[in-house]
Design a protein around this ligand. Structure first.
Ligand SMILES: NC(=O)c1ccc[n+]([C@@H]2O[C@H](COP(=O)([O-])OP(=O)(O)OC[C@H]3O[C@@H](n4cnc5c(N)ncnc54)[C@H](O)[C@@H]3O)[C@@H](O)[C@H]2O)c1
Length: 343
C-alpha cells in the first residue's frame, strides 16, 4: 500500500511517516513547509525513514501528484483553534475547500481510502456529559466549523469504491521532532521543566480529552488497513474514556512527573471550549485499535527527552514550535502573502 500523507512535516506527520514505513506501508509526502525551521531532536526513529516529499501547497495539488497512491491520510491544515481564529477566511480556503478538493481528486484517480483528521474540538462547548459521535457538533471556532463542513461534504462522497473515514482526535500530546508547545500537555511539561512553575492560563476547569501522538498514528494505521465496510463514511472519536481530564488534573499529572514545581491557576478563561468525550465506538468498531499511552506516560517521556537533549527556554520559546507565532512571523517578514502562499 502506498499512502499520500499531506502535512507530513507537521507535528503528527513527522511521527506518522516513520510509523507507517516501519509497518510496511510506502509513503509519499506533501507539505508546504510553514514550520520547517523547527526540528527539536534527532534519533533513530525520527531519522530512519524520511519519505519522498512534494514541497507544495495543498491548494496546488494536482491529480498527477496522487497517481500511484492507494490512500490519502490528510493532515495538512491550519491546525488548531487559535490559529484558525487568526484568519477565518484563509482557514476556510485551506481547511474546508482545500480538503474537499483533495478528496474529489483522490476519488477521481481511483483511490479507495481517504483518512481525514478531524478533531474533538467540533464538540466545542459541552455540558460535561460524555459526548459520542452522534452528539450534535457545537463548533466554537473557524477551525472546528471547517472540520464539521469537511465531514459533511466528504462524507457525502462515500460510495462503494470510495471510503472516507473521519478521525475526531482528542488533543494530542507527546514528543515529535516537529514539536508544538501550543497544546496543553506539551506546554505544561515545557513550562515545568524550564520555569519550575506550572502556570495554567485558565482556572483549570475546562474538560480536555487527550490522546498520545502514537495512538493517533495507530488509529490512522488501523483506518488504512480496515475492511472498507468497517470504516466507510464513519466518524470515530480517537482517544480513551479514561483520558478525559480537566485542565487542572493535567497540571497535577505534570507536577507529579516534574517534582518540585509549583502549580497555579489563572482567571476563568473567555475561551468556552470544554468537552468530555466517549471513545467507545473506536474501540468497538475499528478493527485492531487500542490506546497504549496515558497522559502520565507522555509527561514522563517529556521529562526524559528534556533531560536527554538539555532542553532550555530558548527552544521552548522558539517561534517554529508555536504555530501562531510562526505564521505571524512569516507574514510580518513577508515570507508568505495574505493568502498564505510563499512570496
Ligand atoms: N495536534 C492536535 O492536537 C490535533 C488534534 C486533533 C486534530 N488534529 C489534526 O491533525 C492534523 C495534523 O495536525 P498537526 O498537529 O500535525 O498540525 P501541524 O500544524 O503541526 O502540521 C500541519 C502541517 O501541514 C502543513 N500545511 C498547512 N497548510 C498547508 C497547505 N496549505 N499546503 C500544504 N501543507 C500545509 C504545515 O506546513 C504543517 O507541516 C490537522 O488536520 C489537525 O487539525 C490535530
Amino acid at each position: 500500500m502506498q499512502v499520500f500523507i499531506t502535512g507530513v512535516n507537521g507535528y503528527i506527520g513527522a511521527v506518522l511517516a516513520p510509523y507507517l514505513l516501519q509497518r510496511g506501508i510506502e509513503v509519499r509526502g506533501l507539505d508546504t513547509g510553514y514550520y520547517r525551521d523547527g526540528w527539536l531532536y534527532s534519533d533513530d526513529r525520527s531519522l530512519a525513514a524520511s519519505p519522498f516529499t512534494l514541497n507544495k501547497d495543498l491548494r496546488h495539488v494536482t491529480e498527477a501528484d496522487l497517481k500511484g497512491c492507494d490512500a490519502v491520510a490528510h493532515l495538512a491544515e491550519l491546525s488548531n483553534d487559535p490559529l484558525g481564529q487568526n484568519n477565518p477566511a484563509i482557514t476556510h480556503k485551506i481547511n474546508h475547500e482545500g480538503s474537499v478538493r483533495l478528496a474529489e481528486m483522490a476519488r477521481n484517480v481511483g483511490m479507495q481510502r481517504f483518512v481525514y483528521m478531524s478533531s474533538c474540538s467540533v464538540y466545542g462547548a459541552g455540558t460535561g456529559d460524555f459526548l459520542d459521535e452522534t452528539a450534535k457538533p457545537n463548533p466554537q471556532t473557524a477551525y472546528a466549523e471547517c472540520k464539521v463542513l469537511v465531514e459533511r461534504d466528504v462524507g457525502a462522497m462515500a460510495a462503494k469504491d470510495f471510503s472516507p473515514v473521519f478521525l475526531r482526535n482528542a488533543t494530542a500530546y507527546g514528543p515529535s521532532p516537529r514539536m508544538r508547545f501550543d497544546i496543553v500537555l506539551n506546554d505544561l511539561c515545557a513550562l515545568a521543566w524550564t520555569t519550575r512553575r506550572i502556570a495554567m492560563v485558565s482556572d483549570g476547569s475546562p474538560w480536555r480529552p487527550l490522546v498520545h501522538i502514537l495512538d493517533i498514528c495507530e488509529a490512522i494505521h488501523c483506518a488504512l488497513r480496515a475492511p472498507a465496510d468497517a470504516v466507510r463514511g464513519k466518524i470515530f472519536n480517537v482517544g480513551h474514556d479514561s483520558e478525559n481530564y480537566r485542565v487542572r488534573e493535567i497540571a497535577q499529572i505534570v507536577a507529579s512527573e516534574f517534582p518540585g514545581c509549583e502549580v497555579s491557576a489563572g482567571p476563568p478563561s473567555a475561551d468556552n471550549r470544554s468537552y468530555r468525550v466517549s471513545f467507545a465506538r473506536i474501540h468497538r468498531e475499528l478493527p485492531g485499535f487500542k490506546c497504549s499511552y496515558t497522559a502520565r506516560d507522555g509527561a514522563r517521556q517529556f521529562r526524559e527527552l528534556f533531560e536527554r537533549i538539555q532542553f532550555g527556554p530558548e527552544s521552548y520559546k522558539f517561534r517554529a514550535f508555536t504555530r501562531l507565532k510562526q505564521l505571524n512571523h512569516l507574514q510580518a517578514t513577508k515570507q508568505i502573502d495574505s493568502d498564505f502562499f510563499w512570496a
